[in-house]
Design a protein around this ligand. Structure first.
Ligand SMILES: Cc1ncc(COP(=O)(O)O)c(C=O)c1O
Length: 281
């Protein structure tokens, strides 16, 4: 029976309940994180918790649980649920209050977390995935990892309905990011991704990929690119905590490059896996 954690207690998932007056439910008034688990151990959870603190501060939810306690909870969820390879999801909402848009006074944040198995190292999508281009319909603070995600739900549903793995969101043809991933292209051996701003989420995996590229001597350019440039690129890649780094081999109905995972994607994915194995050994 899977065990989750809710407001300070480990409980069976089927016994974990929140109020219908929780602002996460009423308004999507909350933030979240997803960290990978490899070899039964958390990967880069410390970085995810730094971003959690930033997201909480950005929307004025008190950060009542120190990172060290979150780490303990997250690791125990992975261990107690027997997760060797997978993820831990956590969410903090502004809490339970009578429905009213402005912040309630003295609400206690709702906090919960759960764990799930997922193939990471032997992800079949490492053979290449297809993206569907969709307009980015989100708000202007995409740097906050908010649980208000209707635009991404619709984007990723469109992708799935079209048989694609992920959405490539764009604003008037300029790529922002994936529905739940950061996007990259490669031309002439140069790795390119959109610079950080409030238009995209600062992916933890994005950060790590930049470090790995630097270490591997792969030149990087942080500059936005268009859908047309992505379709015409030698390689395209997506990154996220629970996909690591995946080659994008098709966008809409167009093959990227020769339609096979490219050398930079394969090299960086291998470097990512090597780092992940080393950190979770
Ligand atoms: C919109 C968006 N961009 C990028 C990412 C990738 O972030 P990370 O590498 O921290 O998982 C995510 C992850 O969920 C996301 O939702």
């Amino acid at each position: 029976m899977p065990v989750c954690w809710l407001n300070g207690s480990f409980v069976a998932e089927q016994d974990a309940h929140v109020s219908i007056f929780d602002r996460g439910l009423l308004f999507g008034d909350g933030v979240y994180e997803v960290a990978a688990v490899m070899n039964g151990r958390l990967l880069d959870a410390d970085r995810h918790l730094v971003r959690l603190a930033r997201s909480l501060a950005a929307i004025g939810i008190p950060n009542t649980q120190p990172a060290a306690e979150w780490l303990g909870v997250m690791q125990q969820l992975a261990t107690d649920n027997g997760i060797n390879e997978g993820l831990v999801y956590l969410q903090v909402t502004r809490g339970v209050a009578e429905r009213d848009f402005p912040f309630p006074v003295n609400a206690t944040p709702t906090m919960f977390a759960y764990a799930r198995p997922k193939l990471l190292e032997h992800d079949p999508n490492a053979n290449g995935v297809r993206l569907l281009t969709v307009p980015d319909m989100r708000w202007t603070r995409c740097d906050i990892k908010s649980t208000s995600m209707l635009a991404q739900v619709l984007a990723k549903q469109s992708a799935r309905a079209a048989g694609a793995f992920e959405a490539m969101m764009h604003e008037d043809g300029l790529v922002t990011e994936g529905g739940s991933s950061n996007l990259w292209i490669v031309n002439d051996g140069v790795l390119q991704t959109r610079p950080l701003s409030s238009d995209i989420l600062a992916g933890i995996t994005r950060d790590v990929v930049l470090e790995l590229a630097h270490a591997a001597g792969v030149p990087v350019r942080e500059r936005a690119f268009t859908v047309a440039q992505a379709k015409g690129a030698r390689e395209c890649l997506m990154s996220s905590a629970t996909s690591f780094l995946l080659p994008v081999t098709k966008i809409d109905h167009d093959l990227v490059g020769d339609g096979e995972p490219g050398p930079v994607a394969q090299r960086l994915r291998a470097a990512y896996l090597e780092r992940a194995r080393a950190l979770t050994r």
